[in-house]
Write a protein that binds this ligand. Structure first.
Ligand SMILES: [Fe+2]
Ligand SMILES: [Fe+2]
Length: 159
């Protein structure tokens, strides 16, 4: 994990996740086994991303500004819950190898794209302003140290 600013790193991670998702959508009508692999990469990556934000990144903003129960991170945390619900609805289709998941895909991508725009437009730049380069370095280190078991699971044995 290279040392960068928050907007650069997290914005890039949004793009990486979008690409896994597009891969899943492209492959699901061609080769469902490969589509599942892309879905798994997307799901674990998104779970990691949300965990990083909820547990490591947002607390920086909340501590520095004193805005915790109200304010932008409270809204983003609430949206994470909705995103995880939409992700689980799609996961239920994928675990049954059911390619008829257009509605679930649309619901998830709609939530996610509006959410990501808000983070990239407002919250990440604000957090970048609040942190020194040294503090960012130690934040990236903390993110890297999160054990894989905390996000790389799906609660089912199918993939
Ligand atoms: Fe988020
Ligand atoms: Fe994000």
């Amino acid at each position: 994990m290279s040392q960068e600013n928050i907007l650069g790193f997290y914005g890039h991670d949004h793009d990486v996740l979008d690409n896994y998702f597009k891969e899943f959508q492209t492959l699901k009508n061609q080769d469902y086994a490969r589509a599942r692999a892309s879905f798994r990469a997307f799901k674990f990556g998104l779970q990691r991303h949300i965990l990083w934000e909820d547990q490591i990144l947002f607390p920086v903003f909340e501590t520095r500004t004193g805005m915790k129960d109200r304010g932008p991170t409270a809204v983003m945390r609430q949206e994470h819950i909705l995103i995880k619900e939409a992700l689980e609805a799609l996961h239920q289709k994928v675990r049954r190898n059911d390619p008829d998941s257009g509605n679930e895909e649309e619901a998830l991508i709609d939530l996610l794209s509006r959410h990501n725009q808000k983070e990239e437009g407002v919250l990440y730049p604000a957090i970048d302003q609040l942190m020194t380069a040294e503090e960012k370095k130690s934040l990236f280190k903390q993110m890297q140290d999160v054990p894989k078991e905390e996000y790389a699971s799906c609660g089912c044995k199918h993939h």
